[in-house]
Unconditional design. Sequence first.
Lengths: 495, 316, 231
Amino acid sequence: MNVVVILLPPLVAAALACIPSGRRWWTPGVTLLSCLLVLVLAARLAWRIAAGTSVTAELGPGWSNWVMVDGLSALILLLIAVVATTAAIFSVGYMGHGERTPRRLRLYYANYNLFVFSMLAIPLLTEPTLVWIVVELTTLCSALLVSFENTHEALEAAWKYVVLSLMGAGFALFGFLLLFAAMHAGGAGPYTWTGLIAAAPTMPPLVAQTAFLVILIGLGTKVGLVPMHTWLPDAHSQAPSPVCALLSGIETTTILYVILRLFPVMQGVPGAHAETWALVLGLISVGTAALLLLQVTDYKRLFAFSTVEHMGIILAAVGLGTSASYGAMQQIVTHSVTKSFCFFAAGATLLAVGTRQIGSVRGLIRRAPAAGAALLLAGLAITGAPPLAVFLSEFAILRAGLVQRQYLVTSLLALFIVIAFFGVMLHVNRMVFGTAAGGQAEEDPPDETAALRFRLPLSCAIALLIAAIPVIVLGVYIPPPLDELLKQAAAALSR
Amino acid sequence: MSARIGFNLLQVLVVLAFAPLVSGVTSRLKEMVQSKRGPSIFQPYRDLRKLFHKDEIVSQDSSWIFRFTPYIVFVAPIFVALLIPVLTSYPLFFAFMGDMLGGGFVLALAGFFATLAAVDSANPYGPMGASRTRMVAFLAEPVFMIVFFTVSFVAGSTIPYIVQQKWVTPLANFFAPSHVLLVLAFILLILAEGGRIPVDNPTGHFELAMIDESKSLEYSGRGFALMKWGGQMKLFVLLCIFLNVLVTPWGLAAQQSLGAVLLAIPLVLFKIFCFVLLLVVIESSLAKLRLFRIVEFLGAAFITSVAAMIAQVFAA
Amino acid sequence: MQPLLENLNALAAGLFLLTAFGIVAMRQARACLHLFIAQSLLLAASAALLALRFHSPHLFGVALVNFITKPVIVPWLLRRIAPAEIYTRREIDQVLNIPTALSIALALAIGAYFLGIPLMQALPPEYRGPNVPIGIAGLFLGAFTLTVRREALPLLLGLLAMENGAFLAGISVARDLPVLVELAIATDGLIIVFIVGVLVRAVEQHVGTTAVGELASLKEAAAQAEGDVTP
């Protein structure tokens, strides 16, 4: 069956979600159904790739100039599907909690489906300029989602997001056109990822290097690399929480995937030093994010800075070379599932307490036990505490760094990870267990405490549970098909 | 040899004689565009003749600068007319005495003395206008420099006769980006240096708003006539530099005979009148800029000239 | 004929550069829109001239698509979507005063030339021409516009001008891109205008100003003073 079919459910759901119907379950139901379909299709695809069949060869020459699926693409597709499904489940409860008009809900779900559609298209396409177009589409589809709350801050965040992302995309367009010119200057070849890898030795080196740098800076703006990250804390904190999960969990990863596709190409160009650039930029991002994390006052911004940090870690891992590629792929998987869980926990907290300020939240475990427990687990998970998922992947990266004798890089990475751990856990600890400012825990009479307790909407709780499973499981056990997929994805990073 | 000296002097006479005519035609056309009848195109001649017959009143508090300046303002464009191609395309006797930069400095010298004279007379409006004139002039200088440097870079020399031969030689060069941008920058420069709208209103009588007109506020009689004539000649000379060197170096005498040179006179005047048409259109469609925006106007001219320089120097 | 075509193309590129400067410096929003339309027309002209020079019908298609979408459809779409107030704005006080902004823009343009010349020398000779350096300059100047302007319309036009610059460089070096891709890039520009227009309308409704570049409340210190946000 043609791989492109995976794109149909979100498109159809977006169209259907615009239809005004009297029933409350129509738009969320349609969205959920399409996400489940996408999940099934992506899982099937990933299973087949892990088992060794080459899907691209089945497509035939007409399609294979435009569409290609290998281990890396299948991994990203699977991640998108998983996070989109859990976020859709969370949205049901989250969006239903406030008073929103049906028209606003239709807008939300239509945009949600379009956003998922645009993200799904990126790993499938193999012609770089088409990929660029879809990258712009992701920005445009998510802009209205970021500004959904229509407050001053949300609109400002959406504006910054749009402007900076499109600015980066403008640079990236120039980079891709230069890459095209470099490829054709050396001799023709289809302008696809595999074609580029094959044509790499014949490209004029200066043009190829400039193109790589420009694309790295341009798309790095969307990934959130420092110093182009200034939009990320704003956009990823002002958006509604399920959208934050999508943005932080998979959108930045998907754009990073596009950058990762360039690395095998640059390995064939003499003097490109792509890995060095990746290492330096990655380290700068990790360090800056870890330090900036210490002074945030808004817990969603805390998680957003953590996204910047993890993107830096992944890029630095790629820069360390082929022995760290498996760790990088593992980090991609664990970061996606963990970050989405983090934002679900943050969303549950927001529903419970109504404010984003860290300083205003104390003793969450008493007021909203489910949200408090989730937040605690989220904080531990995202900073790499054992035996949760992120710990294993960070450990793999650090070990690969030691094996390569890159002691300075490894120690810097470890240092920044520890700083981030303390930063996040300090805040989370105070939020979950802390007493209110001014002394002892309040001695509320029991019935008032019970009345103050917050009930999380059912679908939010379900989403939290489902999202927690990979976070916990991947910390101790990687299922063999996933392991195989990760190996194939890591192999795609080198020639 | 003597023919060359003769032609050089003929050039000066042409500039002397026809500068008021250009001014008269400009005013008449501007009035006609506004649906008025306008003065006769020979009115500036009559004005000059009238002024030469009038008495001169000189303030007691003014110094030798005040008395000396009209002569400097009158003579400076004549000097420049000796240096630039007005009628001929081959260098004349005084051609190598100074290049375009030298011509620019001589004109700036005249402007400098006019400013000093305006301050000298202790009229309250004089120094105000003088400071504004200085602002416009110093902002216009870099544009002059960059334009001259760019054309000299191509021609290999700063002498206007040589530049004229090399600048627009193949016709396709007319559309070269550096050429078009230079022409744009120089037009903006002429508007600024000649005191035309949008920089300054040449027909305004409101002393508080005068920029270029203020230099002749205190003069009367012969001094005033010389200042007026000098101003008109300055514009004529600028137009000659613009048209004969940069834009349309055609229609100039190529042979050394008197007939060819005399034939060149109406051709040059025709080119100048075409530009006057453009000038009238610009003046009638724009409003005078506020003072602080003149800085931006000249900044735009500077940017255009530097863009021309980039296009020429880097892309060649 | 060939040198004339080359010179005309160079002229179109030179005027393109001038319009890029204009978008940085022009105070009135409406003047920026006119400059953007002129810039897009010059881009289409350059594409057409290159098509004539290299006998490539493909580039004619590019010229046609650019001619239709940017000068015609973008202003029409803006009028439908964006609030009418954005056309009447002018920036009275700027982030950087105009001569300083123009000087920095000039430095950026010269830098673009320094970047573009080695690139062109690394490519085969038929790719040489003013398009690549001026395209890079257009890219830089568009990015610079985004940092110095505050009003919504010039910011949007700065974004589109960046794409114009990248495209100007692209049409001279990447001549055989599939037509689908060119069409998609052009449509993408339209979607940008649509989304940004909707966003500006929302900003004007809820925040009350079209000076979107001025919104600056999301910082750590400001966040301390913010009250509760209900979901």
